[in-house]
Ligand binder design. Structure first.
Ligand SMILES: C[S@@+](CC[C@H](N)C(=O)[O-])C[C@H]1O[C@@H](n2cnc3c(N)ncnc32)[C@H](O)[C@@H]1O
Length: 272
């Protein structure tokens, strides 16, 4: 097969997946996409994109397995603990300004560790300010495109390994003693789980005081990243905060709209 034929077959396959499942394959980096599709092809013992496309025609379950492979969902509580320490004063400021009614979006929440990290951070903010009674006013929208991730977020039962970066006193304060550990009811009430595709849908319920989107945009190509950054800037309330992943950087027109507050921790703010 010539490189042109291979390219054509690859394009036909990704178009087919996009049409069938509504996930915009073109939005993902091609290298990433190819690597993930290759994993599924190897698992099914097929060698060409055409054969894999035919296999998809006769096997709806393979679409699910492919989408699971495409949406890499590695995560943990307090991932990059120093980032969450840096975020604490911003959360306190948002809390005071909104009197506890802080609206947060965890975009690409994977199995729920990130939205529940935010819920713990909000509960800690309330506790430090002696305003625990207001915790019920806050809300964390946890969204992902991946069905299995959403089921896990809803189940909210986490293995011990998910807590390797979490300060032990926070584990004791907010989670059940036995693994799988579950967050207490006050935290569970804060988190609302929604299916949402970042490549094709507008933000679910703006305005947000804090948008956390970490280790998600790295899988998208630059035009999609730029579109998303603009959508985040639009969805933030004045004075609101955007938190990206440790290796993600804002670029393009949106740099005029958001101010870089903490370069190392990727904390940005929409000016009030
Ligand atoms: C590596 S995980 C990041 C999890 C978490 N934010 C963190 O930093 O620990 C990437 C997540 O992005 C989600 N994702 C990938 N494509 C997406 C899309 N088009 N819309 C919404 N979420 C998507 C995946 O399903 C996966 O759960």
């Amino acid at each position: 097969m010539t490189p042109e034929q291979d390219e054509r077959a690859f394009r036909a396959l990704t178009r087919k997946i996009s049409d069938a499942r509504g996930v915009l394959c073109e939005a993902y980096k091609e290298k990433c996409l190819r690597r993930r599709i290759a994993v599924r092809m190897r698992a099914r013992g097929v060698h060409t994109f055409e054969d894999y496309a035919r296999l998809l025609d006769g096997d709806a379950a393979e679409y699910d397995l492919l989408l699971d492979a495409l949406t890499i969902n590695v995560t943990k509580f307090f991932r990059n603990a120093e980032t969450w320490r840096a975020l604490a004063p911003y959360l306190a400021e948002l809390w005071e300004r909104r009197r506890g009614e802080v609206r947060v979006w965890s975009a690409g929440c994977a199995s729920g560790e990130e939205p529940y990290t935010i819920a713990v951070a909000l509960a800690e903010t309330a506790r430090r300010l002696d305003q625990e009674g207001r915790l019920g006013r806050a809300r964390v929208d946890a969204t992902d495109v991946d069905r299995t991730s959403l089921e896990r977020t809803r189940a909210a039962a986490f293995p011990e390994s998910a807590f390797s970066e979490t300060p032990p006193d926070l584990v004791r304060r907010y989670f059940t003693a036995e693994a799988p550990r579950r967050p207490g009811p006050a935290l569970q009430r804060l988190v609302r789980v929604l299916k949402h595709d970042l490549t094709s849908e507008p933000p679910p319920a703006p305005p947000y005081d804090l948008i956390v989107c970490r280790n998600v945009v790295i899988y998208f190509d630059r035009p999609m990243q730029e579109r998303l950054f603009l959508a985040f800037a639009e969805a933030l309330a004045p004075g609101g905060i955007l938190l990206l992943g440790k290796v993600e950087t804002l670029f393009g027109a949106v740099r005029e709209r958001l101010v870089l507050e903490e370069p190392r921790e990727r904390i940005y703010r929409r000016p009030a």
